[in-house]
Design a protein around this ligand. Structure first.
Ligand SMILES: [Ca+2]
Length: 95
């Protein structure tokens, strides 16, 4: 992969959301699961149990209506990106 711009990444995220969301443009738990399995191919342990799957669903589904809208999806992806950033910088104890 060369010169992946943030725009390309965003397009990818939108594509992958659309691909899984189907006609209602929302992800239910099963659709979210399929999407994240595709994204996190290296870590299927994320959905090793029904409880974990529900935990992940709750992280995304901010208003707990049982489906993840694009806005909810993006918000959680942004939050997860922040965590990756923290990880790559190492945790200083300066909180
Ligand atoms: Ca929701």
């Amino acid at each position: 992969m060369t010169e992946t711009s943030i725009v390309d990444l965003m397009k990818k995220i939108i594509d992958i959301f659309n691909e899984h969301a189907g006609g209602d443009n929302k992800l239910d738990k099963e659709e979210l699961k399929q999407l994240l399995i595709q994204v996190y191919l290296d870590d299927p342990s994320l959905f090793s149990s029904e409880e974990k799957a529900q935990e992940v669903m709750n992280d995304f589904d901010k208003n707990l209506d049982g489906s993840v809208t694009f806005e909810e999806f993006i918000m959680q992806m942004a939050k997860m990106s922040t965590q990756f950033k923290d990880d790559s910088e190492g945790n200083s104890n300066s909180n």
